[in-house]
Design a protein around this ligand. Structure first.
Ligand code: GLC
Length: 754
């Protein structure tokens, strides 16, 4: 069988040619490369540095008050004066960062400025919806803008470096950190990784509102066995390359200046000691020369992993693997100077990492302007924090992030002239739930709750009856009576149920995907009143709510929607905004189906209800409760049959166009996320039944239709063959187009074998 390799696929000749090309200016989208001026500056500076000062640049202690991991000794000012700190974790605020910067620049021997790193994951003080919510928007421009707003605020607070975007693909919703990423799909994850990098870094790193982006956690952190955070990831090389690596490559191609290593091992090798993936793949094959930082005490954790007997060995392994910056454990700065002087750790390895730290500071312009965030009275910080346009962006993002899962009988949108509205549930007025778990600098007092949003939208002409009904996570049902009584008195009911924000994110894993506590029973009791009931979910992972299907007519997935979550929920509930988001992650019927994702393999015995001996379950359907890409609207859309521009592609012209007419067949204007999936029908290795290869948001007035066109090229049709070479194999392909991965129309074409 003939295989068509990418025009630039690495072969000996091509690698040689590419190396020659790299000497010349490279076309758009190169990985980060040091310019001659940068190299000369850094060379000259390094020539003056002692071993201790070099290792100091690799040291990143936590700042005072950092709260993103186990407590650890903060880096002190005398260490700055001795040149033993290169950057700080978790220190922010223009006044504090400028004071520390002044010590570094004016009181240390070489005056090398500090980098201030911080977890700005989905907003700084203007907290946006959690990343899984933002990803539900399928709107890269909006996601990029959210990251831009976060960078502007973070930079005003003295931050140079955010540890975001988190780009880990997650296919096990028991894992708490599913909330932090873009869900289960490498294509969507890659598009959004690039958008977030562009947003954080802006168009010029030397601008005072640019922050270094960090693609994390490298790599396959989301493959933690049993969804238990920090657990082993035992995956095939194919899965590593097809599922977990692509978002990192997309982040690097978008110019990401930093990558954070992950806590997990892959097949026996902890990532903080993984030379093949860091030195050989990231550095050599992908040519990336950015800054690789440990995750928290990841270097020190090589000891409990059982690959290092002591701190020096852990440090030596980390440095040799290419972990440039040692966050928190201070091993590089305390345990390696003697090892370097004794020749147990090569100076060349130290120099390689020091160079990358100094490159980063150079690229930010810190050697020219170390006080870029220091306005005398913090005026810039005050002017930009929670600025009205930032809150407006957060509200818009939240509106676009809410997924309408069910809407039987068009219960939604509610009318604002409703006379009596029951507001039920433990999350109706839960301020912290608006922020989610990783809103480090976020403050509860900045958030507007759903109840407050409803009151603002309805004014005083609607009577609200508020009943908590149940706790988030207890079996206490004594509140049910009040909740049911409230529902019976009302014309309509809105319930706010879900998870506590501390039930997802780091180390917050669950073995159940059910609504916690007695919330499901509460929902069923309220629904049994027969009133028009809408359920708003506030949660950080897919939930197994199949027992509510058919009982609760309207279900809106709002995730943790940020400081403007309350108003945005009201905007959607009353129809001021027509929901348009789609699920970036599959919702299972129950946790027993996990892992379950749309891009699954067909197997030799694909599931069939008619055939016993096929791949399915006895107790639940083999299909999900809600599929990847699912999301309803207050209007309806019709897809005509898709058409391709060519029924046969020839090897020299692997370009295809797929067009589909989409019509708004309802009575309201609405936006539809049109999704395109591809299947390689027969190949030299098994292929997923479909893979996302394009999506477009299209706005349509009632009755309006538009033809949406998708280009398909080599990258969309390529696969890794049995030799792990990226090729397009001849044969037939099927294209699926629709409003969800499980509701599509299809068309075929073929790639000729010559
Ligand atoms: C945490 C997280 C990582 C975060 C880092 C610094 O352990 O794993 O995502 O950026 O430490 O807070």
């Amino acid at each position: 069988m003939t295989r068509y390799q990418h025009p630039l696929a690495p072969t000996p000749l091509r690698v040689g040619l590419l190396a020659a090309l790299l000497a010349a200016p490279v076309a758009a989208k190169p990985p980060v490369y040091a310019t001659p001026a940068e190299t000369a500056f850094v060379d000259a500076l390094m020539a003056k540095m002692t071993v201790e000062e070099k290792l100091g640049q690799l040291n990143q202690p936590p700042g005072v008050g950092n709260n993103t991991g186990p407590a650890a000794m903060a880096g002190n000012e005398d260490q700055i004066r001795r040149g033993e700190i290169g950057s700080y974790l978790g220190t922010q605020g223009a006044a504090l960062t400028c004071r520390l910067q002044k010590i570094a620049v004016e009181e240390s021997r070489l005056g090398i400025p500090l980098l201030f790193g911080y977890d700005v994951i989905h907003g700084h003080r203007t907290v946006f919806p959690v990343p899984l919510a933002e990803s539900s928007s399928f709107d890269p421009d909006e996601v990029q803008h959210a990251a831009r707003v976060a960078a502007v605020e973070a930079a005003a607070h003295g931050i140079h470096w955010t540890y975001a975007p988190m780009v880990d693909i997650a296919r096990d919703p028991r894992w708490g950190r599913v909330v932090e990423g873009a869900g289960e799909d490498p294509y969507l994850g890659s598009v959004l990784a690039a958008a977030r990098v562009r947003g954080f870094q802006g168009d010029d790193l030397r601008k005072p509102d640019a922050v270094l982006a960090t693609a994390k956690h490298f790599v396959a952190y989301g493959a933690a066995e049993a969804g238990r955070d920090y657990n082993v990831a035992d995956i095939s090389e194919r899965t590593l390359h097809e599922v977990y690596l692509p978002p990192f490559k997309a982040a690097i191609d978008a110019g990401a200046q930093s990558i954070m290593a992950s806590f997990n091992e892959i097949a026996g090798v902890p990532m903080h000691a993984h030379r093949p993936l860091i030195q050989d793949l990231l550095r050599k094959e992908w040519g990336w020369d950015g800054l690789l930082v440990s995750d928290y005490t990841g270097v020190m954790e090589l000891m409990p992993h059982g690959v290092a007997a002591n701190r020096e060995q852990a440090g030596a392994l980390g440095l040799r693997a290419g972990v440039d910056v040692d966050m928190v454990s201070q091993i590089y700065v305390k345990d390696l100077p003697a090892a370097v002087k004794a020749g147990r750790v090569p100076m060349a390895e130290v120099d390689a990492s020091v160079r990358r730290v100094l490159n980063a500071k150079y690229r930010l312009g810190l050697f020219d302007d170390p006080y870029r965030s220091c306005t005398p009275d913090g005026a810039r910080e005050r002017a930009l924090t929670l600025a009205p346009e930032h809150r407006a962006a957060a509200r818009r993002m939240a509106q676009k992030s809410m997924v309408l899962l069910e809407n039987e009988g068009d219960v939604l949108p509610l009318s604002k002239s409703v006379r009596t509205l029951a507001v039920i549930g433990p999350l109706a007025d839960h301020r912290r739930a608006m922020l989610g778990n990783w809103a480090v600098a976020g403050r509860e007092e900045d958030a507007i709750t759903p109840l407050e949003g409803l009151k603002a939208a309805l004014g005083d002409k609607t009577r609200l009856i508020v009943a908590k009904g149940a706790d988030i996570d207890s079996q206490d049902t004594t509140g049910f009576a009040d909740a049911v009584a409230a529902a019976k008195q009302a014309d309509a009911v809105v319930m706010f149920l879900g998870e506590h924000p501390d039930m997802s994110a780091e180390a917050n894993n669950r073995t159940s995907l059910d609504l916690p506590g007695a919330q499901e029973q509460l929902a069923l009791a309220v629904a049994a009143t027969g009133k028009p009931v809408a359920l708003v979910l506030l949660n950080g992972r897919p939930l197994s709510i199949s027992r509510l299907k058919g009982k609760v007519p309207a279900i809106l997935e709002a995730w943790f929607p940020g400081v403007e979550g309350g108003p945005a929920i009201a905007d959607v509930l009353f129809g001021d905004v027509n929901p348009s988001a789609k699920l970036p992650v599959t919702f299972p019927h129950n946790v027993g189906q996990v892992p379950i994702y749309y891009a699954h393999k067909n197997t030799g015995r694909p599931p069939s209800e008619q055939e016993k001996y096929t791949s399915k379950y006895l107790d639940v359907p083999w299909t999900p409760l809600y599929a990847f890409g699912h999301g309803l609207s207050y209007t309806t859309f019709r897809y005509d049959a898709p058409v391709v521009s060519k029924k046969t592609l020839v090897p020299s012209a692997l370009q295809q166009q797929v067009s589909v007419r989409v019509t708004n067949t309802g009575k309201r204007a609405g936006e539809e996320v049109v999704q395109l999936y591809v299947r390689d029908d027969v190949a030299s290795v098994t292929r997923p039944v479909k893979q996302l290869r394009g999506f477009q948001r299209v706005a349509l007035q009632p009755g309006e239709s538009k033809v949406v066109t998708f280009p398909l090229g080599f990258d969309d049709l390529a696969m890794l063959d049995d030799r792990m070479q990226r090729v397009v194999e001849p044969g037939t392909f099927t294209v699926f187009v629709g409003g969800s991965s499980d509701r599509t129309r299809e068309v075929g074409f073929e790639v000729a074998d010559r």
